[in-house]
Write a protein that binds this ligand. Sequence first.
Ligand code: FNR
Length: 188
Amino acid sequence: MSYRIAVIVGSLRHDSYNRQLAEALARLAPRELEFVPVRIDDLPLYDQDDDSHQSEPVRRLKTEVADAQGLLFVTPEYNRSIPGVLKNAIDHGSRPYGQSAWADKPAGIVGISVGAIGTAVAQQHLRTILAYLDVPTLGQPEVFLQHKTGFFAPDGGIASEGTKQFLQKFMDRYAEWVKHHADRIANR
Ligand code: FNR
């Protein structure tokens, strides 16, 4: 069986470290996991008045999430929380009331920032939001990365062998955990 992972990057920046991290992580994944980037840059600002007629980008987001067996959030920290664009996407996917696309999708959370605590506070906020949305989140290992020059290798991989091994451990655990949840749901 193959498992589709919807990858949601919380930065729209062209050279986003988090997007680069998402791409580097996908390389560490086992073959059964297919990483599919989810676009959030064309979503309108969330407006509850639109719940009865969601726009095409919103319906696309919800379909991509619904079709996935797992989620991977790769996000920077903005002012000690998650970026507004990520919260906007999460809010869109959660509505209309009772028709959330997120519920029961197992999620991993990772992030890289230039700050020393590597998105730790943003990740805690994200865990709180996802708990409300009934999204189980992988607890360990936590992945708080600080970007410094040379973090990414020229080929787009992770330059440091130690960091690469750590991320491989995360990926192995994440993959097992997604499979466990997906198989449980498939056998309901
Ligand atoms: C930041 N940055 C940042 N870093 C951090 O560690 N903690 C923080 O609270 C913030 N706050 C913050 C707010 C805003 C509005 C911006 C634009 C940036 C710095 C952030 O880590 C850096 O810009 C990263 O490069 C953002 O990730 P991407 O875009 O490279 O993926």
